[in-house]
Design a protein around this ligand. Structure first.
Ligand SMILES: *Cc1c(COP(=O)(O)O)cnc(C)c1O
Length: 385
């Protein structure tokens, strides 16, 4: 059976060039980069080069990077690190549409006595920078708002949010896991103070991420131990993960325009094809202010879990809401926060495209989807057409 993978926001396949780049480190180059002998020196150079490639991709200097085990760790490090470095239990501002790796950190900190404000979004999924301005209190220590949403692809007005927060001297963290490799991430231009990234969302393996920390930001450590990462994150370096992440950033940087154009064309082909063939379909998220690979659609009168299952049987992998909440049958917290009615949230499917997808694959999806939707609608007591 054919296998068509349209769930790249959950994780991406490892790019062949990335796989090639780590081969020497699986076969012989095994040293600890902190060792000063030959085995350590053999990996220290490539390790530093890979860190530099990640830094270059986000417009940062290498000393502003802390390599982590994943995007979730980067978010935890940023938010808990700021919270615990503050002298008193300061106030945190975030949004209702964040990834669980931000939302649940904030919920945890609430149990530890830190007050948190969860800002609403509009119908397209945007936080209003004026709401950030209004929510800031005397004791506010951090604003954490994501750059691109993983479920809808909507891109937040981060520069304006940073302006609003900086007016009152409050630092800003942004979960940029879904932005990297999809839209330009220029940390200097955006002005954020902390930003999180993940390797496996950009064609590197799982188990590596990065946190950007602007110089002068006081942050407590999350993992205490050795002096790796300039004393900011203990644990022997994940050499293979970082070599791979560095290569992935290099590829993403070198092919940025080409990939954006390609993904946009494929997504338009998919969207236009679906709208041509299927009635009662609704686009969730911002129609223009969004990353090029993500398409979130509600198929009215269809249960998204059932549709996901039908497509899977035809070899097509998509997602209902986010990977983190799938299987639970709970409506997406992101779509609910956008004011989308419950039944439409439960009809939502996310298609997230990647570098490897082809026009021919999209056409196969367009062949299969109308029948799958039609069959499920026929079984729905609410569908009358
Ligand atoms: C995937 C994802 C994360 C978590 O990254 P991991 O490396 O899987 O821990 C965080 N935020 C967003 C927006 C994501 O899409």
């Amino acid at each position: 059976m054919r296998r068509i993978y349209l769930d790249n926001n959950a994780t991406t396949p490892i790019h062949p060039d990335v796989a090639e780049s780590i081969r020497p480190f699986l076969n012989g180059l095994f040293g600890n980069p902190s060792s000063t002998h030959f085995a350590g020196r053999d990996v220290k150079g490539p390790y530093d080069a890979a860190r530099a490639a990640i830094a270059a991709m986000i417009g940062a200097t290498t000393d502003a990077l802390v390599i982590t085990s994943c995007g979730s760790e980067a978010n935890n490090h940023a938010i808990k690190g700021i919270a615990y470095a503050a002298r008193s239990k300061g106030h945190i501002i975030t949004s209702t549409v964040e990834h669980p790796a931000v939302l649940n950190v904030c919920r945890y900190l609430e149990t530890q006595g830190f007050p948190v404000t969860y800002l609403p979004v509009d119908g397209l999924g945007l936080v209003d920078p004026d709401d950030v301005r209004d929510a800031i209190r005397k004791d506010t220590i951090l604003v954490s708002i994501m750059y691109a949403n993983n479920e809808t692809g909507t891109v937040m007005p981060i520069r304006q949010i940073v302006e609003a927060a900086h007016e009152k001297g409050v630092p800003v963290h942004s979960d940029m896991v879904q932005a990297l490799g999809k839209i330009a991430v220029d940390l200097k231009g955006l002005g954020v103070d902390l930003a999180s990234f993940s390797g496996h969302k950009v064609y590197a393996p799982k188990g590596v991420g990065a946190l950007y920390v602007r110089e002068g930001i006081a942050l407590d450590n999350l993992i205490h131990g050795g002096h790796q990462e300039e004393g900011r994150r203990a644990g022997t370096e994940n050499v293979i993960g970082i070599i791979a992440f560095g290569k992935a950033c290099e590829l993403a940087g070198a092919h940025a325009e080409e990939h954006t154009a390609r993904l946009e064309a494929l997504r338009s082909r998919l969207l236009d094809g679906i709208l041509d063939r299927i009635d009662d379909v609704r686009l969730n998220g911002h129609p223009t202010q969004r990353v090029p690979n993500t398409l979130n659609l509600s198929f009215e009168f269809v249960e998204s879990e059932s549709l996901l299952f039908s497509l899977d049987r035809k070899g097509i992998a998509v997602s209902a809401g986010s990977a983190c909440s799938s299987g639970s049958n709970e409506p997406s917290h992101v779509l609910l926060a956008m004011g989308i009615p419950g039944p439409l949230c439960q009809s939502a499917l996310r298609f997230s495209l990647g570098w490897g997808n082809t026009e021919e694959e999209i056409d196969y999806v367009l062949e299969v989807l109308p029948g799958a939707v039609g069959r499920l609608r026929e079984m729905s007591p609410f569908y009358r057409k």
